[in-house]
Design a protein around this ligand. Structure first.
Ligand code: PHE
Length: 356
């Protein structure tokens, strides 16, 4: 501790000041600054002790050294403030420097989801029909038996019901019947659309269907269908063929040929299944995995709306005629992309889904 003595001179205060300033310059953080403040300006600090001790000196000396000592004290105090500010600015600058962004670095890629392959194909198909003047509508997945069967010319007890393995809802009406089911196809929407509008009608109906199935590579208990319906005065089988042929070419390429063969669906007459010539082997057939040697691939069922169905919704079958069709988008996706198992669509395996 620096005590004033009779040898204390202006020179010794100067030395004290210089030592203090030198130490202050070396104090680089808040702790060091505080230590410095205690050592020189604190209650028992060097300068304070020095000033306190002046009281014992003769008046002349006390006056001179007192004035000098007080000056030194305030200049050290100012210097402390100045130096602390400098240090905090330096710290701030360093922090900013460390946090600086390099805007030229390549960005981190965010993972964007994608549309499920079924959704993609559904959209592709509905877009093709939209561009031919069809509008897109949707309907309920839980359906009345009336729409799913009866109004489609499949009455109670009709053997054609066996063509659809049905999941019935556990609910009974007054007659003890189960009138509600998970729709087995999108065809009930034919009836709903006709009931609620008047011709001309041109609609496609994408949606989920359900069947009581054991699953295997080509059967799922739920899957999509896209139903189509056109009703107007004077619609003929030629319109059906022309529309579906154009659709097949849009989806599978200009070169495609189509083939219609007789088939049976209770709600159309005549009924057909439509095939395209195989795009994988160009119809050659032999050894082709996609068409299994036949050269042809069945892609949908279709036909002219049965007069019974038109009558059921109050249309005059002498005035109005129409065609309807139904196709399975998963099946079309399987053909297009060479997918060998329909179960891939709904097992949620990203290795599969990421390929589309
Ligand atoms: N609904 C039929 C099925 O599920 C397909 C179909 C629709 C056939 C429209 C003809 C007309 O098999």
């Amino acid at each position: 501790m620096t005590q004033p003595t009779t040898q204390s001179t202006p020179q010794s205060i100067k030395e004290l000041e210089q030592r203090a300033l030198k130490e202050l310059a070396g104090a680089n953080d808040a702790d060091a600054l505080e230590r410095w403040r205690v050592a020189y300006l604190g209650r028992r600090g060097a300068l304070t002790t020095f000033l306190r001790g002046l009281a014992q000196l003769p008046l002349e000396q006390r006056r001179e050294l007192g004035a000098l000592g007080n000056q030194t004290k305030s200049s050290l105090e100012e210097e402390l403030v100045r130096h602390s500010q400098e240090i905090s600015q330096r710290l701030l600058a360093r922090t900013i420097d460390q946090e600086r962004l390099d805007v030229t670095l390549p960005g981190r890629p965010t993972t964007i989801g994608r549309l499920h392959p079924t959704t993609q194909v559904v959209r592709e198909i509905t877009a093709a029909f939209s561009s031919m003047g069809f509008s897109v509508v949707e309907g309920p997945e839980v359906e009345w038996e009336r729409y799913n069967f009866e109004m489609l010319n499949i009455p109670h007890g009709h053997p054609a019901r066996d063509m659809w393995n049905t999941l019935w809802i556990d609910y009974r009406d007054e007659a003890g019947r189960q009138p509600m089911l998970l729709r087995t196809h999108t065809s009930p929407m034919q009836v709903r659309v006709m009931e609620s509008t008047q011709p001309p009608i041109r609609v496609v109906v994408p949606g989920k269907c359900y069947r009581y199935e054991a699953t295997d590579a080509t059967h799922e208990w739920h899957f999509y269908q896209i139903e189509g319906l056109a009703v107007d005065e004077g619609i003929t089988f030629a319109d059906l063929k022309g529309t579906l042929y154009e659709f097949a070419r849009r989806l599978f390429g200009e070169e495609r040929k189509v083939r219609f063969r007789c088939d049976y669906f209770p709600f159309v007459e005549p009924g057909v299944d439509m095939s395209i010539d195989c795009f994988a082997c160009d119809g050659g057939g032999e050894g082709c995995r996609i068409c299994r040697d036949s050269g042809w691939i069945e892609i949908m069922g279709a036909g002219m709306v049965h007069p019974q169905v038109l009558k059921g919704v109050g249309y005059d079958p002498e005035k109005y005629t129409g065609f309807a069709f139904g196709l399975g988008p998963e099946r079309i996706a399987m053909l297009k992309y060479g997918i060998d198992d329909i179960r891939h669509f709904y097992t949620n395996d990203l290795r599969f889904l990421r390929q589309f």
